[in-house]
Design a protein around this ligand. Sequence first.
Ligand SMILES: NC(=O)c1ccc[n+]([C@@H]2O[C@H](COP(=O)([O-])OP(=O)(O)OC[C@H]3O[C@@H](n4cnc5c(N)ncnc54)[C@H](OP(=O)(O)O)[C@@H]3O)[C@@H](O)[C@H]2O)c1
Length: 312
Amino acid sequence: MGDAVAAEPPYPSQVAELAGFSIPRLGMGTMALAIEGRPADREQAIMTIHAALDAGVRYLDTAWSYYLPSKPGTGEPDDMGYGEYLVRDALASWNGPRDEVLVATKTGWLRTLDSEGNYGWQADARPETMIANAKESALRLGVDAIDLLYSHCNDPQVPYEDQMGALKQLVDEGVAKTVGISRIGNADIATAHRILGSRLVAVQNQFSPVHRDPEHTMATCSKLGLAFVCWSPLGGFLDPFNEHLFDRFREIAAAHDCSYQRITLAWELAQYPYLFTIPSARNPHEIEDSFQAVDLRLSQGEIEYLNGNAAR
Ligand SMILES: NC(=O)c1ccc[n+]([C@@H]2O[C@H](COP(=O)([O-])OP(=O)(O)OC[C@H]3O[C@@H](n4cnc5c(N)ncnc54)[C@H](OP(=O)(O)O)[C@@H]3O)[C@@H](O)[C@H]2O)c1
């Protein structure tokens, strides 16, 4: 008899259910198409979203706050809603099944510009702001009800219970079909789950080789049956990070003859069967490359090596 070969654990499915949609677990974040560094040509942004949808992406992630203030302060009417209008227009001009695409947006955060020309972010999650902005998001997206509406952050000036109360009201009034929460820890997840019950379907937190969920919020999502959606899954483009954190991903990529970004996304998808990852892209090539992570199967040894638990 030969040596017994240990069976590999079952590989998570490429598709999962989120907010009533059965979709591939790799979507697209559209922040890079809408804020600083966005393509100067709006047509290129639309082409990038079309390329994503043509490749098979069925989850587009935007936010009320994906715009650029043009004067010091929090906004200018001309640019308000830039990101949401972009998603609306890309879907309207796409030659594909619009009703298969989950569109998620977020409420409770604003952009700022200071007098030196630096862009920033500012929480404003007073219930009245969250509710008014979510209603604007539905209008901008051209939908009767938002498929999935996230609270963008926990505003330290407002009790989290009140922020969650606003989300609850938005579902109960039919402005949103389901809700999620973002940029939060385990205590906030418990509060949201208590207040929102089955209305709450997803947690959107940072997760990548740069930030490996030190508070283990993914495990909390698993316990509660919530989707975990990774933001900045490739490390993000706004803040610098240590490139060496991707060294092992580059090594595995060389063996698979593909980009290390694709390996990174495949590694994320292997972490939790109910994980969605939403990389940004500024051109068609990037998202076409990234989407192929859905079909990339890493071995258990590779996953452990990338987890940092084993030498190769
Ligand atoms: N909830 C929140 O607070 C929050 C915060 C941040 C982000 N998000 C969401 O997460 C999404 C993604 O995060 P992110 O925009 O910070 O960045 P990211 O997905 O980590 O991507 C960073 C950059 O990687 C490059 N890239 C992407 N695919 C590539 C590929 N296949 N090959 C080579 N390079 C590639 C692109 O930069 P270049 O164009 O320069 O090549 C992209 O902008 C956002 O769009 C947004 O929807 C949410």
